[in-house]
Design a protein around this ligand. Structure first.
Ligand code: GLN
Length: 312
């Protein structure tokens, strides 16, 4: 058994950073125009343990939009409010085998989004957050992400403006789901709130704390606040393992044994239950929409520290 001493963690973190800092693989997302303009060189890695200790290196304060990683926290809110059967039956917990913004995936699965981490399931989750109106729904979703991060997260107006004027595909997805009777609120309203949640800024530091909250059974190790019931943590992590890295989720699980979630802003959040949250930010993406250096750094750290959850 590897012992996770502070020296060992710091040494492996430094190795990972040095090994991948000059990796030029991948390319910023450009289907959302503002994302193409983000500095591709940003590279930050943060590890946070359940006792709240932070290990970090690189541009750990540099902020990018959270994008699809937000889907994890909204799904957490839905499972908390509506229970595990609702998430499984109304939204789904299976992989689509198709791209994150696939429309055909909905048709192929009888109108089901398949899971809350593709756009369809995420827009659906957003629509099911209990609220009297759109304003309250957004405030709850934003506040919930703040609670996981243990601080007030910034909102990226530039990304939001760029995306909200160019989200016809997501609007179409929401309308199809509505036609199948699967939306909890007006489809276009839900799409707008979903676009807002994707435009919240995070750093690798924030992602590390958010991941550590899951690794610590739902209690934020920095603030000491319980933000999700421990009985639901394993459910959210299961869906992350199945669909967190979209089409590449199988390869990722095979390599690391670790639930993770990516976003097209370049963030990756990985959770090693009971051991640590890993947050990496590096904007260039592979063809699936997952951060290239983010995956490499996280996989390296998990391997070298011997913390693959499936190998314990
Ligand atoms: N906001 C992005 C979208 O709707 C999120 C996609 C992602 O990060 N995979 O396309």
């Amino acid at each position: 058994k590897t012992s996770l001493t502070e020296e060992r963690i710091n040494a492996v973190l430094k190795e990972a950073y040095e090994k991948f800092k000059n990796d030029q693989g991948g390319k910023n997302a450009d289907y959302i125009k503002a994302l193409a303009e983000v500095d591709s060189k940003i590279f930050g890695i943060t590890l946070v343990t359940p006792d709240g200790k932070v290990y970090e290196i690189g541009d750990t304060k540099a902020e990018v939009s959270i994008q699809s990683i937000s889907k994890v926290f909204t799904a957490a809110l839905v499972i908390q409010e509506k229970g595990e059967k609702f998430l499984q039956e109304k939204i789904g917990v299976n992989a689509t085998g198709l791209a994150f913004n696939s429309i055909i995936a909905i048709e192929l699965h009888d109108g089901s989004a398949s899971n809350p981490f593709v756009n369809a399931g995420a827009i659906q989750s957003t629509s099911w957050v209990e609220a009297k109106d759109s304003k309250e729904r957004w405030a709850k979703i934003y506040g919930n992400m703040d609670a996981f991060a243990g601080k007030k997260l910034n909102f990226n107006e530039v990304v939001y403006d760029s995306e909200v004027n160019d989200n016809k595909r997501n609007q179409a997805i929401s309308k199809i789901l509505d036609a199948y009777g699967r939306m909890g609120s007006d489809p276009l309203e839900a799409t707008t709130v979903y676009t807002k949640q994707c435009s919240v800024n995070i750093s690798s530091h924030d992602l590390g704390v958010m991941g550590a909250t899951f690794a610590n059974h739902g209690v934020n190790p920095v603030t000491g606040k319980k933000v999700i019931d421990s009985k639901y943590v394993s459910k959210i992590l299961a869906v992350m393992a199945t669909a967190g890295l979209y089409d590449n989720a199988g390869d990722w699980l095979y390599l690391t044994g670790t639930p993770a979630k990516s976003g097209v802003g370049g963030g990756i959040l990985a959770v090693v239950p009971g051991k640590m949250g890993i947050g990496v930010v590096s904007p260039p993406l592979d063809k699936f929409g997952n951060s290239v250096r983010g995956q490499k750094a996280a996989a390296y750290i998990i391997d070298k520290l011997g913390i693959n959850p499936l190998a314990q």
